[in-house]
Design a protein around this ligand. Structure first.
Ligand SMILES: [Fe+2]
Ligand SMILES: [Fe+2]
Length: 270
């Protein structure tokens, strides 16, 4: 598995790619096969699968909502062009999970799965980082704006996309590998993951450039990354306690740490 991002694609190139690659339609994935597989899971197994899907859904809705702050304030036009495609794609990712619940799992109250360890990082803190960009925009202090944009990118692209989502995809890979079930779920995940690759390349390039130009931002960004590393075991436990699907908790946790280390390297912090 490669989690590498490259600084070889400009925002304009990523925008061009998104125009042809980011237009897949979640509504066109035929989920019938997965509906049959769902019937074969027991109640506890269903609960574990729903938990992961619900957290993904809530995360996708949150990133769709908050990215507008970043797009509004980032100075370069070509970045804003790319970010407009990213917002569209994040909305579609949420739509995929919404449809998966409707057609495969049935009615799901996704908010019931928002335990503090996930609600903070995925929703509340991300929204606060967006609002900090808004406050910096209106107070006219450029230093505040640069730092708030940088912390937003570290949180959104570095942690939520670059550690949590990338690690979460492996859960679905393992599920199909172990059970031979839910191929259509993985089909959607693969399409989402391809979109996320562009988001990550753009976001990590932005973060590295900001830290090169403003070395004084490195300390708060490093602090953010280290705090999130400390949360990895607890967040992994939540997914695997209990673990009726019998997937490999330790493998997922190792991937999480590897993703974290790679994001820090890409940001120039390792
Ligand atoms: Fe997404
Ligand atoms: Fe994304």
């Amino acid at each position: 598995m490669s989690t590498a991002t490259h600084s070889t694609k400009s925002p304009r190139q990523l925008y061009s790619m998104a125009k042809s690659l980011g237009i897949w339609d979640p509504a066109k994935i035929d989920l019938t096969e997965d509906t049959g597989h769902w019937q074969r899971l027991n109640r506890e197994q269903r609960e574990q699968l729903i938990k992961v899907c619900a957290l993904f859904y809530e995360g996708e809705v949150s990133v769709s909502d908050t990215l507008a702050w970043f797009m509004l304030a980032v100075p370069e036009l070509e970045r804003r062009m790319f970010l407009s495609t990213q917002i569209f794609e994040e909305v579609k990712h949420a739509e995929f999970f919404e449809r998966y619940f409707q057609e495969v799992c049935g009615t799901v109250d996704t908010t019931a799965y928002l335990v503090p360890e996930y609600k903070g990082v995925l929703l509340d803190e991300l929204r606060q980082r967006g609002e900090a960009i808004g406050a910096a925009l209106t107070n006219g202090k450029n230093g505040d704006l640069g730092l708030s944009l940088t912390l937003f990118a570290a949180h959104y692209m570095g942690v939520v996309e670059g550690v949590m989502a990338l690690t979460g995809y492996e859960f679905f890979e393992d599920l199909l590998a172990k059970t031979g079930m839910f191929p259509r779920l993985l089909e959607g995940i693969k399409l989402i993951r391809a979109d996320e690759g562009r988001h990550l390349v753009h976001g990590m390039d932005y973060l590295r450039e900001q830290l090169e130009q403003h070395p004084e931002y490195a300390a708060p960004v490093r602090e953010l990354f280290m705090r999130e590393a400390a949360n990895i075991p607890r967040r992994t436990d939540i997914i695997f306690t209990p673990n009726p699907l019998g997937l490999d908790r330790n493998r997922i946790q190792e991937i999480s740490y590897a993703n974290h280390a790679q994001r820090m390297r890409e940001a120039g912090l390792a």
